[in-house]
Design a protein around this ligand. Sequence first.
Ligand SMILES: Cc1cc2nc3c(=O)[nH]c(=O)nc-3n(C[C@H](O)[C@H](O)[C@H](O)COP(=O)(O)O)c2cc1C
Length: 258
Amino acid sequence: MSVIKVIHDHRSIRTYKPDPVPEALLQEILAAGIRASSSGNMQTYSIIVTRDRALRERLYEPHMEQDMVLDAPVLLTFCADFHRMRQWLRLSNAPDNFDNFMSFMIAAIDAILVSQNVALAAESRGLGICYMGSTLANCDQIGEILQLPPNVVPVVGFSLGYPDEDPAPRDRLPLSGLVHDETYHDYSDDEIRQIYHDREVAGWARYMSFPHLRQLIEESGVENLAQVYTAVKYTRQSHQEFSRTVLNYLKSQGFMNN
Ligand SMILES: Cc1cc2nc3c(=O)[nH]c(=O)nc-3n(C[C@H](O)[C@H](O)[C@H](O)COP(=O)(O)O)c2cc1C
């Protein structure tokens, strides 16, 4: 299958067959994943492959009780990781300048690029994935369960396995609303309404199609999709709490020293 077709066929998979992912296939997609570009070719990331059921059961709660943690045979956690590099620097008597926020960002970008490469490689082989934002939101609890040393922070993660559903591809905002020619062109209110018009219809219909979400939305009294995003899904309080978690964990993992 062409790369562009694999990309266009993507849809998140949240229901999985119990079939294991063959080890050779897993190794193949991971090997493809690490072909991603990385800052200075330092490869400042680690990929944690979790198959063990007992470990996945411990990860279930910090992953906000999302069923795919238990149902998919594999969970991949992509971590920003300067631990390995800093150890090498020490062994090589080289200065170590990587205990700061910039280093975290470099490592996080490396980790995220690898994750998406692995995702596409997996999808090209008939596997499905679903990212979980809980990886970052609860990075401290997940880091503890995965026994991460200092300088390692979980950034993104996804479930991996054979799909047991065939969802239609989800909508995207129009390309013209996302791309700017040469420099940034700010949006008029009318342009914003136009860009989000189809999303408002499709997104609202989708949320209302899940009985538990419909109930939550109706109980909260929100009237449109934008309100669902910030009054129900991503509240100020939850985002402030998760921000504190991430900042505290970055500090305790040695990324905020100067
Ligand atoms: C960083 C990130 C975190 C996500 N977290 C979750 C999640 O916790 N649970 C979930 O069901 N989907 C999650 N998703 C999947 C998105 O909901 C999904 O990609 C988006 O709705 C578009 O749908 P599609 O992937 O099927 O095209 C996440 C995606 C990303 C990139």
